[in-house]
Design a protein around this ligand. Sequence first.
Ligand SMILES: *Cc1c(COP(=O)(O)O)cnc(C)c1O
Length: 387
Amino acid sequence: MSVIYVDNAATTPVSGEVLAAMTPYFTEVYGNPSSIFYSVGEAAREALDAARERTAKALNAEPGEIFFTSCGTEADNWAVKGTARRMAARGKKHLITSAIEHHAILHAMEALEKEGFEVTYLPVDAEGFVNPADVEAAIRPDTALVSVMMANNEIGTIEPVAEIAEICRRKGVLCHTDAVQAVGAIPVDVKALGVDMLSLSAHKFNGPKGVGALYIRRGVNPVVFMDGGAQERGRRAGTENLAGIVGLSVALERAVNGLDEKAKKLAAMRDAVLDHIAAMPKVKINGPLDRAKRLPNNVNASFEAAEGESLLLMLDMKGICASSGSACASGSLDPSHVLLAIGLPHEIAHCSLRISFGVQNTMDDARGVHGAGRDRAESARAQPALE
Ligand SMILES: *Cc1c(COP(=O)(O)O)cnc(C)c1O
């Protein structure tokens, strides 16, 4: 039985082209980019500079505004904790975020609360949208930072980040966005968005795991998070993961260049499954009903008659790899904080499934997924709903 992998919000396979671009940096150009007094190091430095330029161009940033990190989680932690600690020195110890952020943001915020910071967790509506008016109302004279994600990893909601950033600018508050799910799926232009910081992660757009980046607008200066050498202009120490950084930059360039075409292909698969699910009994689709306002690859639904874990087992038996809620929440029995925040009761939140398509998927995969859904619906009709 072949496997249908439809959990691309958790991670994606590295494309052949990206792998080929990375390979020389393990074995041939293995120099340390900081050792520029001989050719092997110099070649590594040139590759690093080129990767930074490629990354900046794809985001409409300046190369000097791109800082490579070990993952999206590190970029999020740096933005949130680094800004909080910088602004605390000016008496600003209040932070604003949303209730549906990734744990990389939420747990960083909780750690700051233990250090004496105050955090406002904004609610979202039934489709997962943050209301920009709520952001404005929550800003106080001591607010240091607003961090609202660009697109939600579980239910695909695309947040009004440009509007939120505009409010922040007007109020003199720094603005960060976790764009880990957005980059490579929808257009991301840091200047058009007007944010001060933006996080991304290579493995969510067919790049390698273990490498991310934080865009930091010129003039913004979160406290250094990783102390050590002078890498990344003295702001993020540690010998650069050069192969990974090259992989990130090439994957990003490819994702951004082919974005329209890719998004159309993803949306066709998403819509085939959404249409199918919408016609099933006892099902609720989570996230925006207006499909233009959800990620092109995201399906999330609650099936009243089955538990998320048993749905996954059933799909797994058919060779389909999906997720109950979020890869990070599955494995625990706590229902997803995102599904609870959009108002689902615990028992419905437990019966939820996320399907996220990637460039390597085909319409046949989408048909395989909704074929399994039809079998599920038939067995659900044959059984009484679980309490
Ligand atoms: C995956 C993800 C992260 C974490 O990125 P890693 O590179 O896996 O650490 C952060 N935020 C969102 C929204 C994500 O989807």
